[in-house]
Ligand binder design. Structure first.
Ligand SMILES: C[S@@+](CC[C@H](N)C(=O)[O-])C[C@H]1O[C@@H](n2cnc3c(N)ncnc32)[C@H](O)[C@@H]1O
Length: 257
């Protein structure tokens, strides 16, 4: 191993008995964003050699499943799947382990083989993270949390928006344990949304009720959407701006009649 790879976190992992220096990234992400709590079912995508699995098991003590193309040497209390996270068969295997109820948390530190060509590596990374998001959408419980590693580049913001469309709260975060020269950054999505309305959706509605703050309140498939700047009886076309687990906010884009 090259001398410069043996930094403070490399030695810390050796001293404290973790499989990889990456363990500290998960400790730092969790310390900042409270992703994993005691008892959670956690699925780790791209988990070998298993540093994040050790940390996830330590924090949750619950069911922890690790998935990787490579074999992961056994960790007590952790189940593993050898498979490609982009393949439906792997997702079925994961669901077989976590059950139809799904996972509380999906974490993904997967990285494609790097070529050294910045834009090619960025495109491959976005492809893999998009697969991880697709996998998380199939296995997360409503209100579950998601963490995924991305290599920065021109497609980053678009991917961030895709995560934002599916989670009530989305942030990007660079843990101190990431190497300073690394292009990696983590996207954290909290509270997986399963509501019938999404950011950007448009509806024609009639305002029949006002909420306590005076905003219009309409029900779309039994989901409450608050609309600013309207009065009782207004018929308007609205566009959803922000979705939270139990309600959403929309703005008027056209007055009807
Ligand atoms: C940086 S390592 C993960 C380190 C891990 N978080 C830890 O703490 O030990 C990235 C892993 O992603 C895996 N990976 C890359 N593409 C994958 C894919 N399509 N399916 C499953 N695993 C994949 C690689 O095999 C590699 O083991």
């Amino acid at each position: 191993m090259a001398r410069d790879r043996r930094d403070k976190y490399y030695w810390k992992a050796k001293d404290e008995g973790y499989r990889s220096r990456a363990s500290y990234k998960l400790f730092q992400i969790n310390g900042k964003h409270n992703i994993i709590k005691e008892g959670d079912t956690v699925v780790d995508l791209g988990a070998a050699p298993g540093g994040w699995l050790e940390v996830a098991k330590e924090i949750s003590g619950g069911r922890v499943v690790g998935v990787d193309l490579k074999r992961i040497a056994p960790i007590e209390g952790v189940e593993t799947v050898m498979g490609d996270i982009t393949a439906d068969r792997t997702i079925e295997k994961i669901l077989g382990l976590v059950g139809q109820g799904g996972a509380d948390v999906v974490i993904c530190d997967a990285a494609p083989n790097l070529s050294g060509n910045w834009s090619l590596d960025h495109a491959r990374s976005i492809d893999l993270t998009r697969s991880a998001l697709g996998c998380a959408k199939k296995i997360l419980k409503p209100n579950g949390h998601f963490v995924v590693k991305v290599f920065q580049g021109d497609m980053f913001n678009q991917f961030l928006e895709e995560v934002r469309d599916n989670f009530a709260f989305t942030r990007s975060y660079s843990p101190q344990a990431s190497r300073s020269q690394s292009a990696e950054i983590y996207i954290v999505g909290k509270k997986f949304l399963t509501s019938p309305v999404r950011r950007g959706s448009e509806f024609e509605v009639e305002i029949k009720e006002l909420g306590s703050s005076g905003d219009g309140a309409v029900l779309i498939d039994n989901f409450v959407v608050f609309v600013k700047g309207v009065e009782l009886g207004d018929r308007v076309r609205i566009k959803v701006q922000d979705v939270k687990p139990n309600f959403a906010f929309a703005e008027v884009i056209k007055r009807l009649e």
